[in-house]
Design a protein around this ligand. Structure first.
Ligand code: SF4
Length: 487
């Protein structure tokens, strides 16, 4: 679970890879307030940002306290059991607020809402609105409906391609130095373990001009980093509609927008990677040298059972091509262990693949059964304790690789984009390198500042740097400095 103003994903999974994106809210005198809790993935994180934007246009300012809110939104996730249970329990806790202030509107969105539909209104009698991801752009209308006395509302049907509308950024939305831009919704892949195609519907790509307009608007409002978001982002435009272009061309157009310093995209599907997409890492300097490329398993047998649509060799071919064209690109991945039927030899194939690729980071999970997915029909369930044993083995291997990369960074110079104050030490800020590595730096630089640092110490998952230049201006003797010091 995460709360505004900084929303962070809790359980990253494919198409939902981990990239932090702080929100920086402008002051608002609006009398009404919206509180959002976001569960799950980056897609939900992005949806929550859009909800904030839509409700800002209605005069709702964000608040971090549900007790202060006129509108409470729980943006639910059904990818993992834990997140699903949490949203139910949080909805229960909101009863106290509804009891003391019946006018507060409680809305439940996201994937659990989509799955449950009207049943959720039955189970949570104090909820006013249940809405699926397809209906996000109608949130203001739904809230107005409840406020105007239309009763409790359920909007969880899927919209077809012609009806679906991507929710753009409003002028009243909080400014962000790093912003997600959705280029597609839904997924057509139907991997055996995944609930997404059943909760977010079929894939719809957004018109290219619409994407670019949003990037330009964000750049005009001070955004410096764009993260293009899609469940299988690199299948963008595959249907070749007139208003779409191939994904590598979209990347080039986004990189060319004035004011955009960094561009990322997440998450590509390995089976859909083209040579043009790989070449983009060499030809587009704004494209960050980092890619999250979910593999899920290193075993051909398990990949087939998962219905992933590629073999181990095909996956490694993409990795190797990328290594040839752009060796500076840091790879991350998602891995599931303990999938039904996964033998010890299959698990060892996963370990050997991790050794071979040498990922900078990996989000790994013990398989968990999700109702409605095809994996439930696969025989050979792995005992839960065994799944977690394998997970620990995998994570120990990956931790060692990650630490080695971090140790190798010591003494190098890196450019970071500042995200905000360090969570643990207010005398420092935290930013990310282009390779998506968190670096802490003494000083007080505003979010979005580009700071060149020398790495002086490696931690387990991040590093400590000393500023040597701020926005291209040298810092005297590497001493901690503020942006003002740089003149
Ligand atoms: S079905 Fe497969 S490709 Fe689609 S979102 Fe789920 S894991 Fe990713």
């Amino acid at each position: 679970m995460a709360k505004l103003p900084i929303i962070r994903p809790e359980t990253p999974s494919e198409g939902q890879a981990p990239v932090q994106s702080p929100l920086h809210f402008a002051a608002s005198l609006a009398p009404r307030r919206v509180y959002i809790e976001t569960f799950g993935c980056q897609m939900n994180l992005h949806d929550s940002q859009r909800m904030v934007s839509l409700m800002a246009a209605e005069g709702y300012a964000p608040t971090e306290r549900p007790d202060d809110a006129d509108l409470i939104i729980l943006n639910s996730c059904s990818v993992r059991d834990k997140a699903e249970q949490k949203v139910r329990s949080r909805a229960g806790e909101m009863k106290r607020i509804k009891k003391s202030r019946p006018d507060v509107v409680l809305a439940i969105g996201g994937c659990v809402a989509q799955q449950e539909g009207p049943r959720m209104l039955d189970r949570i009698p104090h909820a006013d609105i249940v809405f699926g991801p397809d209906h996000l752009s109608r949130l203001p209308e739904l809230v107005r409906g409840v406020v105007d006395g239309q009763g409790r509302l359920n909007e969880t049907g899927f919209l077809d391609r012609a009806e679906f509308r991507f929710a753009g950024i409003s002028d009243q939305a909080p400014r962000q130095v790093s912003a997600f831009v959705s280029v597609m919704k839904g997924c057509d892949k139907f991997c055996a373990f995944c609930i997404v195609p059943f909760t977010r519907g079929r894939e719809v790509s957004r018109p290219a001009d619409d994407v670019i307009d949003e990037v330009k608007r964000l750049a005009d409002r001070g955004t410096r980093e764009i993260v293009l978001l899609g469940q299988t982002v690199n299948t963008y435009g595959q249907r070749k509609r007139d208003d779409q272009i191939p994904f590598h061309e979209l990347l080039a157009r986004v990189c060319a927008v004035d004011g955009i310093e960094r561009v990322r995209f997440t998450s590509p599907h390995p089976a859909d990677f083209t040579d043009d997409q790989i070449e983009a890492f060499r030809s587009l300097p704004e494209l960050c040298p980092h890619m999250h490329l979910p593999v899920q398993s290193g075993s051909d047998r398990v990949l087939k059972a998962m219905r992933r649509g590629y073999s181990r060799a095909q996956y490694l071919e993409v990795v190797d091509k990328l290594g040839d064209v752009a060796p500076h690109v840091a790879l991350g991945t998602d891995i599931i262990v303990g999938f039904p039927g996964e033998g010890v030899d299959d698990f060892e194939d996963t370990l050997s693949l991790v050794e071979r690729v040498q990922y900078r980071s990996a989000y790994s999970f013990a398989y968990s059964e999700r109702i409605g997915t095809r994996a439930l029909d696969i025989e050979g369930s792995i005992p839960v304790a065994e799944r977690f044993d394998r997970l620990r083995t995998l994570q120990a291997l990956q931790d060692g690789i990650t630490k080695r990369y971090l140790d190798e960074m010591v003494g190098t110079r890196q450019e970071i984009m500042v995200e905000g104050p360090s969570k643990t030490d207010p005398s420092r800020v935290t930013g990310r390198t282009g390779q998506n590595r968190p670096v802490h730096v003494p000083g007080a630089y505003p979010p979005g500042t580009l700071v060149e640092v020398e790495i002086v110490e490696a931690y387990n998952h991040s590093a400590l740097g000393q500023a040597v230049a701020v926005e291209g201006q040298p810092v005297a003797d590497g001493a901690p400095a503020t942006i003002e010091d740089a003149g």
